[in-house]
Design a protein around this ligand. Sequence first.
Ligand SMILES: [Zn+2]
Length: 326
Amino acid sequence: MPIFDDIVGHERQKRILTGAFARRRVPSTYLFTGEAGIGKRSLAIEFGRLLNCLSPVKGEDGPDACGVCSHCERIRKEVHPDFRMVTPEDGMIRIEQVRELIEFLSFKPLEATYKIIVIDEAERMNPAASNAFLKTLEEPPEGSVIILVTSLPDQLLDTVRSRCFQVRFTPLSRRETERVLERIGIEGARKRERLAMLLQGCPGRVLAEEDQAGVTEDEILAHLLPPGRPVRWKDRSEMEEWLRKFILMIRDVAVSGTGIEREDILMNRKVGRLKDERNSLIPLERALGLYEEATGLLNDLRYNINHLIAGNYLTYLLRECYGDTC
Ligand SMILES: [Zn+2]
């Protein structure tokens, strides 16, 4: 079965990729940007399959991978010898991982046409790793394609960003999100509708595991729950980190308000516990409102709004979210 056609939405991005493949002018370094959970990583893998497919087929908008040949199959399982998926280890992509990639690229493809590397959460490359990778990004060995995937492109070094061909992803529509939820097995149209509302075009968030890096939920709560400790963020990125984690927490509060069983999605434990103990969380509509306010604040942070104002606002949102239950 053709696989690009099988991906819901992102039509423009798919055309950019299949177009490059059809013209045989595939840039060797890509940067996929867009919100977390939007589908960047999935499309990166599918693009890898298309590049190395043994018998590409004709899809709706251009060439497509067959999805069944041995290359397609092994890249999907991430066990192909010419394919590497790199993810942060303990919250960071380290120089050792990058060195291993450079070594991997130094040999010609073993079986396929291209050697492909997908680096997920590329913003987590630490400075040493980024610097070690610069030369490779500038002149990747022939026959290699490197795809950096990130929801925080601003956190990449300029020198890294400028070497890549950027493909920007935008959130899916509500309908498209519902279709993705159906595919991953969330049953019930009403349930999917309400979930789609929360996911704001990024269905992958439903599968996202709790982010282990950075501030923990417990630390956030320790500052907020009585007696509470004042929060002092050292810089914008720390505040952003708090806010991102908080957005996930509200999402869970809101989801639990929809009556969706906990097994359906990976909810954070704390929310489940609060719910069990108090059996009352803030109403769904309020949670949705807070969710929107928090995502709005996150966008504002990108424009360098005053730290103090943003900090006070974030504290207010956090207290609103948990205040009623504690
Ligand atoms: Zn194939």
